[in-house]
Design a protein around this ligand. Structure first.
Ligand code: FAD
Length: 581
């Protein structure tokens, strides 16, 4: 039974999206190529036993974003309904299998599957993107959209836009699923500008803070089986499931949404980092000054360059004279599709040509400045989705460390300055030894916390495992500054660099004026040998939520509730078990 491998379902939305993408890029690189059914002669290991005959089953490649975890022939199911997800959980519990909910596989960390998995491992992937993609607006106030977990964020934002609604803080790629994004408290960059009033339905927190209800597959003690259960936002289980790390199976959610905003996005490539990321009090065009003016900004700083690419979004109901109106997202094609010579140079960095890293960084900066001009993208304007989504699946497959630093808004510049100084010192130190571990940009974004006052529901439960969940003992902390350091997979000394940087993050942001937590989807827990391998760090993740009493209760409560909601440990893996204890 070979099936269409477009990765989209048969709904008009996904088909439209697939056609749109293929028209632009020729091929959808991330779509798993192979689908082999159980009766197929090529099946490489026996099908799962006693499998519910009504659920679609096939073998398919699993590959995470950086291609560091790849299994060619994992047994995979594509449930047509949420009830089929519950059927699968009951089958798995009875037969000793585990289920891994699978969205677009645009994740780095082993919360999905661990690298040692084979098709004999009694792990069944459950694809949500094939059928669980329905969405509809619900009548009433606040404006609410119901969406199944396998819907792509771009499809959801498209759907909302045509009805006059939108979100203000969303991840940059549109081809991540609602379920996958919620699992990792996905975010963009947004805090209120000075004097800006929050619009009803919007939140400056992560996607998890927009939830009004969440439906998941959970164990029902009375019925003695896994069932679908809906939790309203004021129920504590909603707070547990809101950032699930894949330790549960979310089938459907309801999000509050606000009236769509038109956003202007201006790019600057002429501000030296010594000004943009200077110590607080230096004046000039500091990162904090842009946040005050507009509330929404991102730094992309190419290695060995002086002037970062700064993007600044501002709410602009009507088109500013200087802006170009955009009717589609992904308006920086030069950053999604590198010129061939730059890609060749990139490849050579890990093939004995690492000393060319500074030249490579400068080339990327040059491509960006030229690209912005050539595509007239320096100043663009349109409905929010068209400037908030800007990463396509054709972008380079690189690896990234990720941390969120929770702090006070008036401390953002200090935090950015300190990280900048540490990064520069480390890069110089490595260079003095002939090493160039950081060959892709540093990225910096900021968003608000999961504030209860931004939820259009009484007494909302907080997303317990979100790095943006407020700390009741530090009410002065109101933002998270996200830092990502990027490098090509396999870059020499990169993991040593990440490991050293991570230790410094922990020491510098020790809870006095700021605290650091991992960004779940990205790289953390480094040893010089690799990410997610540092036992001391894995223990300290829990501690980073245990910084204050309030947090200790939250982490432990979440771990206990996950175990109650899934006593047969159907929705977990060895890494999640290690982390959540
Ligand atoms: P998958 O990778 O398929 O799954 C990720 C995790 O979610 C797994 O543990 C999986 O089991 C779990 N999961 C999936 N579906 C469900 C479900 N229905 N119920 C419960 N658990 C589920 N993140 C940001 O926050 N902001 C960004 O701007 C951003 N940019 C990115 C850019 C790139 C190029 C890439 C590759 C990633 C980026 N990310 C960003 C990270 C991304 O949002 C997360 O990795 C997200 O989890 C990917 O969603 P997915 O659909 O691919 O999920």
């Amino acid at each position: 039974m070979d099936r269409d491998s477009s990765g989209g379902d048969n709904s008009p939305l996904s088909r439209r999206r697939f056609l749109k993408n293929t028209a632009v890029i020729g091929a959808v690189a991330w779509v798993p190529a192979m689908r082999i059914g159980p009766a197929h002669a090529d099946a490489s290991c026996p099908p799962p036993p006693n499998f519910p005959p009504h659920v679609e089953l096939f073998q398919q490649t699993f590959e995470n974003w950086a291609k560091a975890i790849r299994v060619d022939d994992l047994w995979t199911a594509a449930p047509r309904t949420a009830q089929e997800c519950a059927d699968l959980a009951n089958w798995a519990a009875s037969n000793g299998w585990q289920l891994r909910p699978r969205g677009a596989m645009h994740n780095w960390s082993p919360i999905h599957i661990t690298a040692d998995i084979t098709c004999d491992s009694k792990i069944l992937m459950v694809s949500t993107t094939d059928y669980l993609t329905d969405m509809s607006m619900l009548p009433g106030n606040p404006a609410t959209v119901r969406v199944e977990a396998g819907a792509f964020m771009e499809d959801l934002l498209d759907y909302l836009e045509t009805r006059g609604y939108g979100m203000c803080n969303v991840p940059a790629p549109g081809d991540v699923t609602v379920g996958g994004a919620l699992a990792v408290d996905a975010h963009g960059t947004a805090i209120p500008a000075a004097g800006e009033q929050r619009q009803a339905g919007h939140s400056y927190g992560t996607l998890s803070n927009l939830l009004l209800s969440i439906t998941a597959v959970v164990w029902d003690r009375r019925a003695n089986q896994y069932v679908l259960r809906r939790f309203e936002r004021d129920q504590r289980n909603a707070g547990v499931l809101a950032t699930s790390l894949g330790r549960s199976f979310i089938t459907e959610v309801e999000f509050q949404v606000g009236h769509n905003q038109n956003l202007r996005c201006q790019s600057f490539t002429d501000i030296p980092y010594t000004e943009l990321m200077a110590a607080p009090g230096c004046g000039g065009r500091s990162f904090a000054s842009f946040l005050e003016q507009s509330g929404r900004a991102e730094i992309i700083w190419f290695p060995f360059t002086d002037k970062p690419w700064l993007k600044v979004w501002s709410v602009a109901p009507t088109k500013p004279l200087a802006s170009r109106q955009v009717s589609e997202p992904y308006n920086y094609p030069f950053s999604d599709n590198m010129p061939d010579d730059i890609e060749a140079l990139a490849r050579s960095l890990s093939q004995g040509n690492k000393a060319s890293t500074p030249v490579f960084g400068q080339n990327m900066y040059a491509v960006t400045t030229a690209g912005l001009t050539a595509t007239q993208s320096t100043d663009i304007w349109g409905p929010s989705k068209n400037t908030l989504l800007y990463i396509k699946p054709t972008t380079l497959r690189i690896t990234a460390s990720g941390y969120g630093v929770m702090t006070r808004r008036d401390n953002i510049q200090q935090v950015v300055y300190d990280v900048t100084q540490k990064y520069l010192a480390m890069v110089a130190d490595y260079e003095s030894r002939g090493e160039y571990p950081m060959n892709m940009p540093v990225e910096i974004r900021v968003n608000g916390l999961e504030q209860a006052g931004e939820v259009e529901a009484a007494d909302p439960a907080m997303p317990l495992l979100s790095a943006a969940s407020p700390d009741r003992e530090r009410p002065d902390w109101d933002v998270v500054v996200w830092f990502n350091c990027l490098s090509f997979v396999g870059t020499e000394q990169a993991d040593a660099f990440y490991s050293e940087m991570e230790q410094w993050f922990g020491q510098r942001f020790d809870g006095s004026d700021a605290a650091v937590r991992p960004e779940w989807s990205k790289g953390w827990g480094y040893n010089p040998e690799g990410a997610w391998t540092n036992d001391a760090y894995l223990d300290s993740v829990a501690d980073s939520y245990r910084l204050h009493r309030d947090k200790r209760e939250r982490w432990d409560y979440a771990v206990r509730r996950f175990d109650k909601l899934d006593p047969y440990r159907v929705f977990t893996n060895g890494f999640i078990d290690r982390l959540l204890r």
